[in-house]
Design a protein around this ligand. Structure first.
Ligand code: CU
Length: 229
């Protein structure tokens, strides 16, 4: 085998290595399209511990990661029709409410306290900023019968889809009164960072070339073995 052929084989091996790494990367990316590196490690926004009050305890059996939100009249920023909202605590209710950060595949139990003294509210996750009778991930609390003033409700759900969604109150007109917030669901699987992809590409390409070089060397005739390839 001539040197030229060996070089050709090495180039071919490098190309195969590059293509393999690229294919693996693209496959992984295709499976987890909406993920960004570094992974979001921040804790879910709504993790405030419920205030020790006389409010009734959640009726649902709790499981998974516990989340708590409060809903009712705005504690700040009320203007025009914007009078209701959501908060991580009973004394920090805003419109829009705090962004709820969730991870795909994690089970959550959300408890929502209605701290309003006179108006019933509800809570659900929806794909658009509109009331739905079919909440996303089944994440809805009293969406048709509503949470009475001073009471609370719970729901256990597992996001099975990444993306940007919303949580809203289902009482007619309450979205217009300010009762909405963002929901961000991220994947649990991290994407390969670009430097790692390059390193992997180089490693696979180099290893392929090295293996082929060794294979060729062992088959060379004695006089060709003296040549360095
Ligand atoms: Cu409401």
């Amino acid at each position: 085998m001539s040197i030229q052929r060996v070089i050709l084989v090495v180039i071919l091996a490098l190309s195969i290595g590059l293509l393999s790494a690229f294919t693996v990367t693209q496959t992984v990316k295709g499976q987890y399209p909406s993920y960004s590196y570094p992974p979001t490690t921040s804790a879910p926004a709504a993790t405030a511990t419920p205030a020790a009050t006389s409010k009734p305890l959640p009726s649902a059996t709790s499981s998974g990661t516990s989340l708590v939100m409060y809903e009712g009249p705005l504690t700040k920023g009320a203007a025009g029709s914007t009078i209701f909202g959501f908060g991580n605590t009973a004394t920090d209710i805003t419109s829009p409410g705090p962004t709820l950060k969730l991870q795909e595949g994690t089970t959550y139990t959300m408890t929502v306290y209605n701290v309003d003294s006179s108006t019933s509210h509800a809570w659900e996750i929806v794909p658009t900023e509109a009331v739905s009778n079919s909440p996303l991930f089944g994440a809805g609390i009293d969406i048709t019968k509503f949470i009475p003033p001073g009471s609370s409700g719970s729901v256990t759900f597992t996001p099975n889809q990444t993306g940007n969604f919303y949580y809203v109150c289902t009482q007619p007109g309450h979205i217009g009164y300010g009762m909405y917030g963002d929901v961000v669901v991220t994947s649990a699987i991290p994407e390969f960072p670009t430097p790692l992809i390059l390193l992997l590409t180089l490693a696979v390409g180099s290893l392929s070339a090295l293996a082929i070089r060794q294979a060729i060397k062992t088959r060379l005739s004695p006089e060709h073995k003296a040549l360095e390839i």
